[in-house]
Design a protein around this ligand. Sequence first.
Ligand code: UDP
Length: 451
Amino acid sequence: MEKMEAKRRIVLVPVPAQGHVTPMMQLGKALNLKGFSITVVEGKFNKVSSSSQNFPGFEFVTIPESLPESVLEKLGPIEFLIELNKTSEASFKDCIAQLLLQQGNDIACIIYDEYMYFCGAAAKEFKIPSFIFSTSSAINQVSRCVLSKLSAEKFLVDMEDPEVQEKLVDNLNPLRYKDLPTSGVGPLDRLFELCREIVNKRTASAVIINTVKCLESSPLTRLQHELGIPVYALGPLHITVSAASGLLEEDRSCIEWLNKQKPRSVIYISLGSIVQMQTKEVLEMAWGLANSNQPFLWVIRPGSITGFEWIESLPEEVSKMVSERGYIVKWAPQIEVLEHPAVGGFWSHCGWNSTLESIVEGVPMICRPFDGEQKLNALSLESIWRIGFQVQSEVERGGVERAVKRLIVEEEGAEMRERALVLKEKLKASVRSGGSSYNALEEIVNYLKTE
Ligand code: UDP
């Protein structure tokens, strides 16, 4: 009891990207509400403390990183993470040593994003329990275990061979080799290096994952088996706690615009915080959306059209047509948009947060994945949960028009919506007292209070 009143401290280490920061901060808030003090460790690439006003009582500390800012442009995401981990291990140890001095040695746990595996060494050295936090799906984790094994076997499977690509991965039906998350991430050897590092440097005693048992029961069982440590599925965290940590400013005017639209008529388009589009795809999207005759709300992030600052590359007639039928914002309050009654469908890159957020609101999806992990999520949406369908990666206006009509107007879309609404109820039940995610959070809290 005494110990609880003194509030044990938990150290969080997020990856500097919106899709990782948001769920990590939600986890922090959930644990804070359960009586823990929270310290967030950030480097110069994280800007988490920019939303510190939403996290009263949280402490933010910065570790120096020797990587120059310019690497972000020069390196692909995988290489960036490998370099970041190499350069952060020593400074993180120093940071924990300092914190221990300040906290009277009472740090209950270090919870680090799976990609910040440099944290493992400090946890081991100072004998502090550590948990890995995963912000992607369980099937993505399992696929990474498979990739890690393939690389240990000196890559016996030739991933480029079309015959191999079509083969099913052992015990992971319906996953084929070509579905493993290898695309869009840069050179394969660096991806394997990252997968190996994540596995080899693991000192954590458990994995916390922002997914839900009813969505990913069999990948979760397989993951537990592969890792040999407890796996706690406590998602979707954004229902348990709302904790805004937007790195970009939300344009709330789109809610006013949505208020004027008919129920379930609007297609919402957002490709998350990282994806880049070519002008050609943007133009095809614009024409396809206009030709569908459905109203649309389109998030186009500044800098997300390759080579341009924003939408200045759109010809005037396209901009005019877009503004007549749709509404463009730089960044939307996505969860509020998805729960708006006017929204009938979500055109998404299938990032894991967007996927969970859409299911929680019972909104069916058009899947336009870009990288490997997003392709896995799209596969689950289309083939397992059957609440979305994929479009060709060569996006053209006719395909866009057909896809929007299929989802918003046709019977098939209505059936997907019905299934999505069933899942929505299941997810909501999972975080209520006695639900699987609720119980997982309780187990973690009990562990951290007694460790
Ligand atoms: N998001 C948002 N406003 C937008 C677009 C995205 O708040 O206009 C949020 C969205 O709600 C989600 C996150 O950004 O929580 C994107 O994460 P996701 O995992 O879907 O994709 P990533 O950005 O990691 O590719």
